[in-house]
Design a protein around this ligand. Structure first.
Ligand SMILES: Cc1cc2nc3c(=O)[nH]c(=O)nc-3n(C[C@H](O)[C@H](O)[C@H](O)COP(=O)(O)OP(=O)(O)OC[C@H]3O[C@@H](n4cnc5c(N)ncnc54)[C@H](O)[C@@H]3O)c2cc1C
Length: 467
């Protein structure tokens, strides 16, 4: 293995091959749930260097773990504890290679932080709409490898929908240049989609050509207090009917979820009393201007109030107020992590099933575990809930973790019974690799294994993840 370390140092420079304490931050995931060991962390600076690192690892039969910002929530970027793997960190590959305004595309390297890509687009007068709470650290490579969702999927789709082309270093070290900025290209299998959402198990994404959109002329954000999830679903329907494509986000948060967040992070402020069981966060992005956006939003909220779908609402009157409303939503994962975490589920269901799913699954969980406290929030507009389970005051969270498997089975069975997905946007990683076997049809699992064998016959690319 010293030979491999020397070969990596020769390929990318010794300073970019981290071992010992320098490697430690790359070996634990964001939730501190997984701690791995690695031979080294390699930090290549360009595609040719990534290819060289992969070739050296293949020659030494060393497993490889691609890593971006290390904000993934399913342990996909953490090596196992064998100490044989090489973590390939893309963090030094941060170049915006080109901005093509006439084609509405940007080509960026995989280590670009999502926020930097948004800023590069904005500097060109365009919108790159992928947006999520970890955008200050998550990288484009990680976003694509996990097919990240976030808060604007409702309007713009997930990372897959925003990608026109990819550059990938394959599992044998060959470089595939598929960086085409085409919106139409029916020339056989669309290979980029194999690597998007593969969580680093088929190759290392080194660059991507992404779609850009016009910047909205105005944005309006509102927080509405909602008596039930069924009412939130009706409010979503009403908002869509009135705003159409201008409805760019529709999030929900449980009152208990928000209450804990506000108590834990003093910077968060609720503009409404926490008196209703649910809160909906709506965002309208209007192509015409502020007056139009305001009139649409006011019409939606007034209609919803008359119909009893909402009890109260606060409309942001400045960018600062809109940011403060978003911070409430975006602060939830961090606040709950500080409180000791909870048993997490990232599920999706047809929107029409969500209210019934939550009501009946909450009841089933409470019948079995009297101490359970549902911590629920998520992207209602996409049918995606973070349906997490904490414990009521007086019961330590360790009690929930001790029953994690039983809670997971109950929740995932309920999702599966309604034709939902047990991983809407975070992926499978290590966390759900076992669980998916229970729910995915055997033929789908076998097709995935065949693809894995075809593209990574030695099984060195992120082993122990996904399948
Ligand atoms: C506070 C918080 C909020 C979040 N909110 C959301 C959300 O709203 N929506 C959402 O979808 N996710 C969310 N996430 C999860 C996470 O941010 C996303 O999964 C993100 O896309 C991961 O990017 P990353 O660069 O951190 O990837 P990492 O964590 O480094 O890696 C994630 C996976 O991708 C693989 N990978 C990374 N880079 C590459 C590459 N260049 N080539 C091949 N494989 C690669 C890794 O091996 C691993 O399997 C959130 C996370 C946090 C901490």
């Amino acid at each position: 293995m010293t030979l491999l370390l020397d070969a990596l140092a020769a390929a990318i420079g010794r300073a970019n091959v981290l071992t010992g304490d320098d490697a430690a931050p790359y070996l634990t995931d964001w939730r501190k749930r997984y701690v791995g060991r690695a031979l080294a962390v390699a930090r290549p600076a360009n595609t040719a260097e990534v290819a060289a690192v992969v070739r050296e690892c293949v020659a030494a039969r060393a497993p490889m773990v691609p890593q971006g910002g290390n904000t993934g929530l399913v342990g996909g970027g953490t090596p196992d504890d064998s100490g044989r793997a090489v973590v390939i960190s893309l963090q030094r590959m941060k170049r915006v290679r080109s901005l093509d305004l006439a084609n509405d595309t940007v080509t960026v390297e995989a280590g670009c932080v999502l926020q930097e890509v948004q800023q590069a687009a904005r500097a060109g007068g365009r919108l790159f709409p992928l947006s999520l709470a970890a955008e200050g650290s998550a990288t484009i490579g990680g976003n694509l490898a996990t097919n990240a969702g976030g808060v604007q999927v409702l309007r713009y789709g997930n990372a897959r929908d925003l990608t026109l082309g990819l550059e990938v270093v394959l599992a044998d070290g060959e470089i595939w240049d598929g960086l085409r900025g085409l919106r139409k290209d029916n020339t056989g299998y669309d290979l980029k989609h194999l690597f998007i959402g593969a969580e680093g198990t088929l190759g290392v994404i080194t660059a991507a050509t992404l779609k850009l959109y016009p910047l909205p002329a105005a944005q309006m954000t509102a927080l509405a207090a909602v008596p039930s999830l069924a009412c939130a679903t009706r409010l979503l329907e009403r908002s869509r009917a009135a705003a159409g494509a201008a409805l760019t986000a529709f999030e929900v948060m449980g009152a208990i979820t928000l209450q804990h967040a506000v108590e834990t992070l003093p910077a968060l402020r609720m503009p409404l009393p926490l008196g209703e069981p649910w809160y909906a966060l709506l965002e309208l992005s209007d192509a015409e201007g502020e007056q139009h956006a305001t009139s649409v939003l006011e019409r939606v909220l007034a209609g919803a109030m008359d119909a009893g779908e909402i009890a109260d609402a606060a409309v942001a009157s400045s960018i600062a107020e809109a940011r403060a409303l978003w911070r409430l939503r975006e602060g939830i994962p961090e606040a709950h992590a500080r409180r000791g975490g909870n048993v997490k589920h990232d599920v999706s269901l047809p929107v029409s099933c969500i209210a019934e799913f939550v009501e009946s699954t909450n009841a089933a969980l409470r019948r079995r575990f009297a101490w359970i406290e549902p911590i629920v929030f998520g992207h209602l507009g996409d049918g995606n809930l973070h349906y997490n389970m904490g414990t009521v005051a007086g019961t330590p969270i360790e009690v929930a973790f001790a029953h994690e498997q039983a809670i997971n089975d109950l929740v995932h069975d309920a999702v599966h019974a309604r034709s939902g997905s047990i991983s809407a946007e975070h992926g499978l990683g290590q966390l759900k690799r076992g669980a998916i076997v229970r729910y995915k049809p055997a033929v789908e699992l076998e097709l995935m294994r065949r693809i894995k064998r075809a593209l990574d016959p030695l099984g060195l690319m992120n082993p122990g993840k996904v399948i």
